[in-house]
Write a protein that binds this ligand. Structure first.
Ligand SMILES: Cc1cc2nc3c(=O)[nH]c(=O)nc-3n(C[C@H](O)[C@H](O)[C@H](O)COP(=O)(O)OP(=O)(O)OC[C@H]3O[C@@H](n4cnc5c(N)ncnc54)[C@H](O)[C@@H]3O)c2cc1C
Length: 424
């Protein structure tokens, strides 16, 4: 049986582990935290949104970015201090603009396929993750935003997604709790929401039942390969151990770039920080006044998802400031204000703030496939859509691995025996 090490126990690592275990590989997942889904896959916007498949590589993103540069509460913020990483990333971002249409259409197509896998896995494994299939409503306050969205709709349609323009009156009918004046909206009834952390933990349990070994609390320091056999050097409790596998899959979120470099690959992921708040809906009045349909406000770049009866998640903003996860009060406040403005009956007395780093490729397309070495694979760089796309990219990388490293029909994990051991 072929043994595979997956680096990273977020949504991409766990979905990849699930696919590979079912294909008969002996899978080991290395995760530096004590549990799965503790980094970016912890408290995101919750949207399974084919309707948000528009890639950001559009000239309007740059114009908005420059306009917002000096506004601390703007949806997009770039720390002007230059770094080679940031500059090379932005240069590639601009160079990818000619592929804006093609990449938006392809992302839509992938997002639609992803749903089928995700729903089927959740049902098969009995995972409760507060799934709500009530659609996503994009809201616009002015004509300019609405007209751009209409153009995006034509690209989404080419990817296979139907979304319809709705009047302010129809918006009210779709989500009666929404307050304020709007120019119009777009509604995608096939979109959904759910709790990424709950799903990932549930799928990790399912993986364990299939024989996947999770090695928690192990931080991978070094990776080596000769194309046939790969070595993972990991640290835990001051001890360093090396383990050998037939193949490697990198699913390490914003750390994938550094790990890829060790393997001779360039995966130019930049960490794009975002924030979320989870509003605890403590009383019946707040539960009544909170939306059940998911929203995407294109002007403020905020999304909302109802998680169960007693939580409302609001998330958004993009900050280019390196590997920095500080939670800034001046970035959280606009999220709270948005709830107060759009859903005035919801109490924001108890709000849990969070910040996460989107692993973003400059062309906004995930890196899925083989690396330079024949036994190294990537499923990473999903940016703002990792929750939406993870199930399909896991399936895709599984197919690539099967071609490169044929597995077996026997299920289970190989024993984890260190080949070298030392103290750090
Ligand atoms: C504010 C915000 C809102 C978002 N909203 C949405 C949304 O509504 N819909 C959507 O589709 N997507 C959304 N996203 C994006 C989505 O959350 C991410 O794309 C996705 O979670 C990334 O998953 P991942 O597995 O690549 O990374 P992670 O979840 O970060 O997992 C990587 C794992 O690798 C581990 N790791 C890294 N290096 C090592 C190492 N050396 N050794 C051992 N372990 C290591 C980390 O500890 C981590 O657990 C949002 C993101 C943010 C920040």
């Amino acid at each position: 049986m072929k043994s595979i090490a997956i680096i990273g126990g977020g949504i991409t690592g766990v979905t990849t582990a699930y696919v590979l275990a079912r294909k008969g590989y002996a899978v080991t997942v290395f995760e530096k935290h004590r549990y799965s889904a503790m980094e970016t896959s912890f408290a995101n916007g919750g949207q399974l949104s084919a309707s948000n498949a528009e890639v950001w590589t559009h000239p309007s993103t740059l114009i908005k970015g420059l306009k917002w540069m000096l506004k601390s509460d703007a949806p997009l913020l770039v720390n002007p201090k230059p770094s080679w990483h940031k500059l090379s990333w932005f240069a590639e971002f601009i160079a990818s603009m000619p592929q804006y249409k093609a990449n938006t259409i392809e992302t839509t197509r992938l997002a639609i396929l992803a749903r089928q896998h995700l729903y089927a896995w959740a049902e098969r494994e009995g995972i409760d993750f507060d799934l709500k299939r009530e659609g996503i409503l994009h809201i616009y306050r002015d004509r300019k935003g609405f007209e751009h969205a209409a153009q995006v709709s034509t690209l989404l349609a080419q990817g296979g997604l139907a979304r319809r323009a709705v009047t302010p009156q129809e918006m009210k009918a779709i989500e009666p709790t929404l307050a304020g004046d709007y120019y119009g909206g777009f509604y995608t009834d096939s979109d959904a929401t759910g709790d990424i952390h709950k799903f990932t933990v549930g799928l990790a349990d399912a993986c364990e039942r299939q024989g996947v070994r999770f090695v928690f609390g192990h931080s991978v320091d070094r990776l080596k390969t000769d194309g046939q056999s790969a070595t993972v050097v990991a640290q835990a409790n001051g001890q360093t151990q090396a383990h050998r596998f037939d193949g490697l899959v990198i699913c390490a979120g914003v750390s994938s770039r550094a790990l890829a470099t060790q393997l001779g690959d360039r995966v130019n992921i930049y960490p794009v920080k975002g924030y979320s708040i989870t509003v605890n809906l403590l009383d019946a009045a707040s539960q009544q006044a909170a939306p059940t349909v998911s929203l995407l406000d294109d002007e403020t770049k905020l999304v909302s998802s109802r998680l169960g009866s007693d939580r409302l998640r609001v998330a958004g903003t993009a900050e280019f400031n390196g590997l920095n996860k500080n939670i800034r009060a001046d970035r959280i406040q606009p999220l709270i204000d948005w709830v107060a403005q759009c859903f005035p009956g919801v109490s924001t007395r108890q709000v849990v703030p969070w910040a996460g780093l989107r692993p973003m490729m400059p062309n906004m397309m995930p890196r899925v496939g083989r690396g330079r070495a024949a036994n190294v694979f990537y499923n990473t760089g999903h940016g703002h859509l990792g929750w939406t796309l993870s199930a399909v990219t896991a399936d895709l990388v599984g197919e690539v691995i099967e071609q490169g490293l044929p597995g077996s029909t026997v299920r289970g994990a190989a024993p984890l025996v260190p080949i070298t051991q030392g103290t750090t």
